[in-house]
Write a new protein. Structure first.
Length: 313
């Protein structure tokens, strides 16, 4: 079995992959489309990650590849239907990054409500003239209403933290009906959640089915004091419509960890003070990234051993 790893991963994972005889692209650079397509012809197992696009056309013809183990929970960069059509198993790494990603969504929510990034910029610019009763007034966190778009694992983790930690009321939109073990109200549409919530947090997977799920209409339904958080995928949110709303002061602010054309963050967004901007840090802790790497390799090892893979998509 020939195994290929497309990107530099934590040291312990690189060591384990090396011990399995894998070939490593020990670099942060994303391989070109041609080189990536060639992997499907040359290797039995590919461990890939975010940014490694495997489009439908790459799955045409006679391929050696039998398993693509994605390092990450979101796999919208892989055409999973086309992979399946080519007889290739695709796996991902759910669960191990749930809390870390929800924690980062909490971070963005707290920072946006309390204008923390703006304050930090002021201090660093040596522009702070001292405490005043009316300086940089933000909004309360405790007791507010949080709207969750997509009540999967990460949405539920965020809702629990917000409800039990900050006494927040939870409303949510989810494509299918959800029974939950904490108090939360499911609403019929995304716009219903947008208008009922003080803060809206997007936790739906990316891909064609959810493209611009949170669109200009949903943004227009938000309260003027509303805050929008996105740690899911950039294309779930209409980024241009959000920029318009932030520029017009139609909502209070936003917190983003993901973007439509990563790593491009529009200059119009970077120019705004009422948005917190992070570089896709959702799962970025060493422990979580090691767990993701182990999970991806567990799937490859199970496959090689002729067992059911633990995490098929
Ligand atoms: C990261 O964004 C992931 O999908 O795991
Ligand atoms: C503020 O610093 C206060 O003491 O109320």
């Amino acid at each position: 079995m020939k195994i290929f790893v497309t990107r530099r991963l934590p040291d312990s994972i690189m060591a384990r992959a090396r011990a399995l005889g894998a070939e490593l692209h020990d670099s942060d650079e994303v391989l070109g489309d041609g080189a990536r397509a060639a992997l499907l012809h040359d290797y039995d197992a590919i461990l890939c990650t975010l940014g490694d696009r495997f489009s439908a056309d790459m799955f045409a013809g006679d391929l050696r590849c039998k398993i693509i183990a994605n390092f990450g929970v979101g796999y919208n960069h892989i055409d999973a239907d086309a992979a399946k059509g080519a007889g290739i198993t695709v796996t991902n790494t759910p669960g191990v990054l749930t809390d870390a990603t929800a924690d980062l969504a909490m971070t963005l929510m707290l920072m946006a409500l309390r204008r923390a990034a703006e304050g930090e910029r002021m201090v660093r610019a040596d522009a702070w003239a001292g405490w005043t009763p009316t300086q940089m007034l933000g909004q309360n966190v405790t007791g507010r209403t949080l709207g969750i778009i997509g009540m999967g694992r990460i949405g539920q983790a965020m809702a629990r933290k917000a409800h039990y930690g900050f006494g927040m009321e939870i409303v949510f939109y989810n494509r299918s009906a959800k029974e939950l073990d904490f108090p939360a109200t499911q609403l019929a549409t995304v716009a219903d959640v947008a208008s009922a919530a003080d803060i809206v947090a997007i936790h739906a997977p990316g891909g064609a089915e959810t493209k611009h799920l949170f669109d200009a209409t949903a943004i227009a339904a938000m309260k003027p004091t509303g805050i929008l958080i996105n740690t899911a995928r950039g294309d779930v949110l209409d980024e241009a419509a959000l920029i318009d709303a932030l520029q017009a002061g139609a909502i209070f602010g936003a917190g983003l960890d993901v973007y439509e054309e990563e790593p491009v963050v529009p200059a119009a967004l970077r120019a705004l003070d009422n948005v917190v901007l992070l570089p896709h840090l959702g799962s970025a802790t060493l422990k979580v990234r090691e767990a993701m790497g182990d999970m991806a390799l567990d799937n490859i090892e199970a496959f090689i051993g002729g067992h059911d893979v633990p995490n098929p998509v």
